[in-house]
Design a protein around this ligand. Structure first.
Ligand code: HEC
Ligand code: HEC
Ligand code: HEC
Ligand code: HEC
Length: 192
């Protein structure tokens, strides 16, 4: 039975054996998969994001002044660390959604600082909503509550955060505007 299957597998159909088709297909699949993953990695680099987000100046310039760009410890968070999930499926969903950004790039939705500013609150609200929905998952990839030494934090930090997190608040509820300036017209209700 196995032998027959084997012979069938390797016997020529018209010109190629199923085996050959299978092997070639497999190789093509691996090449495609490799290329796809390289693409996924490339689209996570700082350079890739700023290739569009530099022109309107804001997100990149402001981020460069933040502790997430340069700090005493030298640990850097790049755009994708905060904006693109690590988990494979969530990442793919975010990338597919990002094709919308391609469209807005073409029609020039945020191609001047003025346009960017007037569109900013709306964009920021989308970011906050998705961070809230994921319980600030991307922040927690680096800042684990369990790993915080509250004794080493300022009294204010330790008190506010322990209380807040126990009440079920999430990082982004209290830490908006940590990498960029807050949008004009935004009124903070959660903090303090
Ligand atoms: C092809 C150009 C382009 C590239 C590359 C690009 N963006 Fe964007 N991005 C845009 C445009 C245009 C908008 C405004 C979209 C809108 O109004 O819906 C935007 C909006 C955003 C927003 C606002 C929130 C939202 O959901 O709309 C975030 C956050 C963002 N981009 C992050 C990133 C990150 C992180 C990267 C790199 C992984 C990146 N972008 C790469 C053009 C780009
Ligand atoms: C790639 C890792 C990484 C990610 C992702 C990250 N951070 Fe940070 N964060 C850091 C590092 C490193 C510092 C600087 C520590 C130091 O001072 O040496 C920092 C500092 C901070 C500080 C205190 C310093 C300040 O003045 O702002 C806050 C608050 C903070 N992060 C909140 C957040 C929030 C909220 C998110 C999610 C939106 C986030 N972080 C995502 C690594 C990260
Ligand atoms: C209820 C509000 C609240 C929540 C929720 C909260 N924080 Fe904070 N956090 C604060 C306050 C207030 C400070 C003091 C500094 C300040 O005024 O911004 C602080 C300080 C910090 C600092 C600096 C600590 C120090 O003293 O050096 C980091 C880092 C930080 N928060 C990260 C996080 C992360 C990550 C989360 C989610 C796991 C989180 N926070 C959740 C209110 C909050
Ligand atoms: C430490 C986390 C962090 C990093 C790093 C980061 N962002 Fe953001 N980003 C945020 C948060 C949080 C918001 C929501 C608005 C706010 O609170 O400032 C945001 C908002 C945005 C927006 C919406 C417009 C606005 O200003 O609110 C854009 C566009 C954006 N980010 C792009 C980028 C790009 C491009 C980079 C890299 C150059 C980057 N971000 C790096 C956390 C981050």
């Amino acid at each position: 039975m196995i032998k027959r299957l084997w012979n069938w597998f390797w016997s020529p159909t018209s010109r190629y054996t199923w085996g050959a088709i299978f092997v070639v297909g497999g190789v093509a699949g691996i090449v495609f998969w490799g290329g796809f993953n390289t693409f996924m990695e490339h689209t996570n680099t700082l350079h890739f994001c700023t290739s569009c987000h530099e022109m309107s100046g804001k997100p990149y310039a402001e981020y460069k002044k933040s502790v997430h760009y340069r700090s005493a410890s030298g640990v850097r968070a790049i755009c994708s660390d905060c904006h693109v999930p690590k988990d494979w499926t969530a990442k793919l969903i975010r990338k597919v959604r990002a094709t919308n950004e391609l469209y807005h790039k073409i029609i020039g939705t945020i191609d001047t600082p003025e346009k960017f500013e007037s569109h900013r609150l709306e964009m920021a609200e989308r970011v906050w909503a998705s961070m809230k929905a994921s319980d600030s998952r991307e922040c927690r990839n680096c800042h684990a509550y369990e790993a915080m030494d509250f004794h080493k934090q300022s009294r204010r930090s330790a008190k506010k955060m322990q209380e807040g997190l126990e009440e079920g608040k999430t990082c982004i509820d209290c830490h908006k505007g940590i990498a960029h300036k807050l949008p004009k017209g935004y009124v903070d209700e959660d903090d303090d």
